[in-house]
Write a protein that binds this ligand. Structure first.
Ligand SMILES: CC(=O)SCCNC(=O)CCNC(=O)[C@H](O)C(C)(C)COP(=O)(O)OP(=O)(O)OC[C@H]1O[C@@H](n2cnc3c(N)ncnc32)[C@H](O)[C@@H]1OP(=O)(O)O
Length: 410
């Protein structure tokens, strides 16, 4: 018999050991200390069998940017079930309690990054943002179709970064939905930690900012490098891995990309987790030099309180539709509802009329930030359109100027 309850501070070490066991991980002391700090700032749920911890789940206390609003949003992480107890419903029990607590705390949405895409749909999570990996062949100068901003560049000490670039990052959260808040501990323990978690050959983080002295920053890039080397007869070029690049204008972005592509002794730039509508993909003059090498699901979103989530966001165009929503985990969300929304706000109330669209809550979550089109899900057979044009009308209302995007993997 498994009992779901909070994991006290005293059990964090056990939770870490369980997580390292199931993720086949063996972090060094610095990595363990970093995880401990992060978990200390999280809400923690455990599945206990007697005294033994057989399942674990942590939740960052994030806020998430959604179109026109910023909502409280637990960010699930460190989900782990002991190999001896897998496929007996332990995750299902943890998730039920987690959803219950999220609703009780008044958070309309919850989010996570999935280790495997097959796991979380059954719990009502939809894939809400996508990331792309961009690779630049920087053995030659980066060819651009626009003029880069020529204001000064300067190195920033990582210790000063949260204070100096934190406000610039915070401002980007309103521009793109899907971005979690980043507190000091996440800056320190995730973005700016000396040792990269996945590749120990990478340098510590380097930060370059652009802007006139005394003025607010116009943009910044956080990157790490790896020297080139001889492997057999082939010399591999040095690598620049871009972790984050944010810019106020296209010209600032062009200057920062040009800067990292021009670093001496490197010949390749790899930027993981960029938005699919990254302006670089348009202003790069040679798309043989700048390539998208990977597209992947990034943030998975759960609408825990559908009414609260829909009425909190802004709407790009008027829409009035009856939705028939399925939600087997949270029945309060299930049934027929009239969504009436537009630039002035939204209402979402139970309705008796025949539905225009019929869908599962996971599909609504996938479309909620504007990153997936309802029309695509109709074509895929996942949303049933009873009134012709209803999906396109809903898409026009959900649309955002820029695609939602999440660089923070957690
Ligand atoms: C947000 C994050 O932290 S992502 C990290 C997730 N953790 C990991 O990948 C670590 C390794 N894996 C594990 O610890 C576990 O296998 C977990 C957490 C993925 C699943 O835990 P379990 O307790 O075995 O899940 P549970 O028994 O509740 O399964 C519920 C359902 O999900 C399915 N399921 C569980 N894991 C997977 C999977 N990896 N792939 C596909 N289906 C899965 C089960 O088959 C079951 O289906 P059913 O309801 O049709 O029978």
């Amino acid at each position: 018999m498994v009992d779901i309850r909070e994991v006290p501070e005293a059990d964090i070490d056990r939770a870490q050991e369980l997580a390292y066991l199931v993720f086949h991980d063996r972090p060094d002391e610095e990595g363990r200390a970093r995880h401990r700090t992060l978990l200390g700032h999280c809400d923690r749920l455990g599945a206990y069998e007697g005294d033994a911890l057989v399942g674990f789940m942590a939740a960052h206390r994030f806020r998430l940017s959604v179109p026109g609003a910023d909502l409280p949003c637990p960010g699930l992480t460190f989900v782990a079930v002991a190999p001896t107890h897998r496929r007996r419903g332990v995750l299902t029990a943890l998730m039920a309690e987690q959803l219950r607590r999220t609703g009780a705390a008044g958070a309309p949405v919850a989010a996570l990054w999935a280790s495997e895409a097959a796991i979380y749909g059954r719990f009502g999570y939809g894939s809400a943002t996508q990331g792309v990996t961009i690779e630049i062949d920087s053995t030659r100068p980066l060819a651009l179709r626009i003029a880069p901003d020529r204001r000064p560049l300067r190195m920033i000490d990582p210790a000063d970064a949260p204070a100096l670039i934190g406000p610039a990052h915070e401002a980007t959260r309103a521009l793109r939905a899907g971005r979690p808040s980043r507190g000091p501990e996440r800056w320190r323990e995730e973005w700016l930690c000396e040792q990269d978690e996945e590749d120990e050959e990478l340098s510590p983080p380097r930060i370059i900012a652009l802007g006139d002295p005394g003025e607010p920053l116009a943009g910044y890039v956080i990157y790490r490098t790896k020297p080139g080397g001889d492997s057999g007869p082939v010399r591999t070029p040095g690598l620049v891995r871009v972790d984050e690049l944010e810019a106020d204008t296209p010209a600032v972005a062009a200057a920062l990309w040009e800067c990292v592509a021009g670093l001496d002794l490197t010949g390749r730039v790899s930027a993981w987790g960029r938005p699919a509508d990254d302006p670089l993909l348009h202003f790069a003059a040679d798309r043989d030099q700048v390539k998208v090498t990977e597209v992947f699901p990034a943030l998975w979103l759960r609408l825990v309180d559908v009414r609260a989530a829909l009425t909190a966001r802004s709407w790009a165009a008027p829409v009035e539709l009856v939705l028939e929503l399925a939600d087997v985990r949270l029945p309060a969300n299930a049934g027929r509802f009239r969504l009436k929304a537009g630039p002035g706000g939204a209402t979402y109330e139970r309705a008796a009329q025949a539905p225009d669209l019929e869908l599962d809550v996971r599909e609504l979550a996938a479309c909620y930030l504007g990153g997936t089109r309802v029309v695509e899900l109709v074509v895929a057979g996942l949303v049933r359109e009873h009134t012709p044009g209803a999906a396109a009308t809903l898409d026009a209302a959900l649309r955002t100027e820029l695609l939602p995007h999440t660089a923070d993997e957690f």
